[in-house]
Design a protein. Structure first.
Length: 299
């Protein structure tokens, strides 16, 4: 009996437990969403711990540092050229008398003439001078003022009186032009030979050694006289050259010399051309050389 009572008591307990777990329609019934949330939390709590989340890669907000390229220094620009003064400048044109290696007599006088052109921008005036710069002076002056003005683009014959050296051989004298400030800006020379074939009574090579000019008359009728000097016997053939390029063979009779000496020839020219006119004389033989210039002008 006691055993049966124990069985009944057990059944009652079981039924009471079951009654507690049955669904209820009471107004305070739990919200299904809350039950689901709780269930989810329960499940999450039972899950094994997961690996830690990777740290997020920070977003770069600044530009990357540029790799510097080698710095090439700029090519230096040269400073502008300083303009060179072209005030005083000369061009050698020709040896009017005594070209290089002309034979002269020792102790004899001769006149050396150079023709130069003013290719500078400044005029040469009488404050400019011919000066001896070295070598053998041949008894020439140390300085000699120019006799007139030479404007830019004009030519001028510059002469100096010299004496043949006494010693045999080749002799050279150096000369130049000096401006008013004392600066020498042009260089030229005379070179002659003394000795074998020295000319004159020694029986050397016949040659014209100098020509000098003189003018007479006035505007409208000029006469130029040329004094031609030779170093021995022989015949001189020549012709005149006028600035208007006119020439006449009858104006050029040959000159015959029986010994060393000087003879004169003249040329007249009637012109009223305004400005500068000139006459040159050219020795066709024996020298094949142009000598001197006679210039004159009309207003």
């Amino acid at each position: 009996m006691r055993k049966f009572s124990q069985i009944l008591a057990g059944i009652a307990i079981i039924l009471a437990i079951l009654a507690c777990n049955l669904p209820s329609n009471a107004p305070n019934q739990q919200d299904p969403g809350a039950v689901m949330t709780a269930a989810a939390l329960t499940v999450q709590a039972q899950l094994p711990p997961s690996a830690p989340a990777a740290s997020p890669v920070p977003t770069q907000t600044t530009a990357p540092t540029a790799i510097p390229f080698p710095t090439i220094p700029p090519t230096p620009v040269p400073p502008p050229a300083t303009p060179t003064s072209n005030c005083d400048n000369a061009q050698f044109i020709t040896d009017v008398t005594y070209p290089d290696n002309t034979v002269v007599t020792g102790g004899a006088s001769f006149t050396k003439t150079w023709r130069l052109k003013n290719i500078g921008s400044c005029s040469w005036t009488p404050s400019y001078a011919l000066v001896f710069t070295g070598g053998e002076s041949m008894s020439g002056p140390s300085t000699q003022a120019l006799t007139g003005n030479v404007n830019s683009g004009q030519t001028m014959d510059i002469s100096v009186n010299l004496t043949g050296p006494s010693a045999d051989g080749t002799h050279t004298g150096n000369w130049g032009l000096r401006n008013a400030a004392g600066v020498i800006f042009a260089h030229f020379y005379v070179q002659v030979k003394v000795g074998s074939g020295g000319g004159g009574s020694g029986g050397g090579v016949f040659a014209v050694t100098s020509v000098t000019f003189s003018n007479s008359g006035g505007c409208g009728g000029f006469t130029t006289t040329a004094s031609i000097t030779v170093n021995g016997p022989g015949t001189v053939n020549y012709h005149w050259i006028r600035s208007d390029n006119s020439t006449n063979a009858s104006d050029h009779p040959p000159l015959t010399f029986s010994s060393a000496g000087t003879q004169t020839v003249s040329k007249s020219w009637t012109t009223t051309y305004p400005g500068v006119s000139w006459l040159d004389i050219y020795i066709d033989s024996p020298n094949h050389q142009q000598f001197g210039r006679a210039s004159f002008s009309c207003p």
